[in-house]
Design a protein around this ligand. Structure first.
Ligand SMILES: *Cc1c(COP(=O)(O)O)cnc(C)c1O
Length: 407
């Protein structure tokens, strides 16, 4: 008899066959110890012990499955991985210390010197830096193209192109990429199609159903949704994820069990939160559109949005991020931001608390004036990540500055 009991009761996957993403968000991947706890257990431990020297040898030799060290595997992290893999409809997920670690690990595991990447121009600023500054140093070149410019994507492809990478909807202008068309283009050219699904989450968009090979998340945003932890995850086939896992195990940017536990709790309310974010965002976008101090409003849920129909087909909701131009310049935008009393002035997004940002001087401040212009990051642009406060209170908070502009 072994001295230590370390098997856990995993709730059988077969019990969850055919259930909806809402049920998976609450139930998938849970392990239960012999204590039969109802909530998810947390295992804050760096390493694991063995019942005997022979068992240790079997674990290390790979003859016996089980945990060795939390840089390799940890039960809480595995529960989070199993849940998000089920929700995305991917074979396997690998959790990482941050969203950036997820992107880095994917690239390090699946690209090599001489490879070429095509990436959408509007990606998260740090993603841009990672490709342009760091991956370039290791011989991976990246060409940036307009997210919605299908001809541009096709024209950028070279014989050595190994990956197409994008985010949709884009930040901050809410442009929407045609995932099916770009998956087809990727596969015709033997390139991996990688989608950063951070803005939609699997509740609103399931890129594997449209041909993606890999789905990436910053769990820091909606998956947690309550601003507590930094983390990330990569999802894909067993074959591809084995490579990503191998890199992670060797390089070390793994997710901590505590953060994984927080994300498990976050996922339980993700479906209901996403629907509430979408409802609030749509109402705010409609209200902004008719406000006399507001110019253009960028939100794919508006019928006036150029990719509205594509978004309606591809997504189950239009997401929680709304951007708009105020009438005036930087000074006017800053006045609206500074007049808010409830909304948080912060660059973070995907939170139950509404946040407001001036992209031109914060998230996109590093871009050159030409790049800003090309990306549509004007001085009068404001981005709001719409949270779950009462929508009338949010309108009132934005009205403080907006109403004053007209005077
Ligand atoms: C925040 C973000 C990231 C980076 O995630 P971190 O968890 O901050 O490392 C990547 N992609 C998108 C779309 C993001 O919003």
């Amino acid at each position: 008899m072994t001295k230590i009991r370390d098997e856990h009761v995993r709730i059988p996957e077969s019990d969850l066959e055919g259930v909806s993403v809402d049920t998976l968000a609450v139930r998938a991947g849970q392990i239960r110890t012999e204590q039969l706890e109802h909530s998810d257990a947390i295992f804050p431990t760096s390493s694991f012990v063995y019942g005997s020297a022979a068992q240790a040898a079997a674990r290390f030799g790979g003859d016996e499955p089980g945990n060795i060290y939390s840089r390799f595997t940890n039960p809480t992290v595995q529960a989070f991985e199993a849940r998000i893999a089920a929700m995305e409809g991917g074979e396997r997920a690998v959790a990482t210390a941050s969203g950036m670690a997820a992107i880095l690990s994917t690239c390090m595991a699946l690209l090599q010197s001489g490879d070429h990447v095509v990436c959408s121009r509007g990606v998260f600023g740090t993603t841009n830096v990672l490709f342009q500054k760091y991956l370039a140093r290791f011989g991976v070149e990246t060409t940036f193209v307009g997210l919605t410019d299908l001809d541009g994507w096709a024209a950028a492809i070279r014989p050595e192109t190994r990956m197409l990478f994008l985010e949709t909807p884009s930040n901050p202008l809410c442009e929407v990429a045609d995932l099916e068309a770009l998956a087809e283009l990727s596969h015709r050219n033997d390139a991996l199609f990688v989608v950063d699904n951070c803005f939609c989450t699997p509740v609103l968009q399931r890129p594997f159903e449209l041909g993606a090979d890999i789905v990436i998340h910053s769990a820091t945003k909606y998956l947690d949704g309550q601003g507590r932890c930094v983390g990330g995850v990569v999802v894909g086939s067993d074959k591809l994820m084995e490579e990503v896992y191998g890199f992670l195990r060797s390089a070390g940017p793994t997710l901590s069990p505590f953060n994984a536990w927080v994300f498990l709790k976050g996922l339980e309310t993700l479906p209901i939160r996403m629907r509430a974010h979408c409802a609030n965002a749509l109402e705010l976008a409609r209200w902004l559109e008719q406000h006399p101090s507001v110019g253009k409003v960028f939100y794919a849920g508006l019928e006036t949005h150029p990719q509205h129909e594509l978004a309606a087909r591809q997504q189950k909701g239009f997401g929680g991020v709304v951007s708009f131009q105020v009438k005036g310049e930087r000074e006017a935008a800053w006045r609206v931001i500074d007049a808010t009393q409830i909304i948080s002035i912060t660059a973070n997004l995907g939170d139950v608390k509404t946040t407001i940002t001036h992209p031109a001087t914060t998230t996109h401040g590093r871009l050159s004036p030409e790049d800003k212009e090309r990306a549509g990051i004007t001085e009068n642009l404001i981005r709001v990540s719409v949270g779950l406060e009462d929508i009338d209170d949010l309108k009132a908070d934005l009205s403080r500055g907006l109403d004053a502009l007209g005077q």
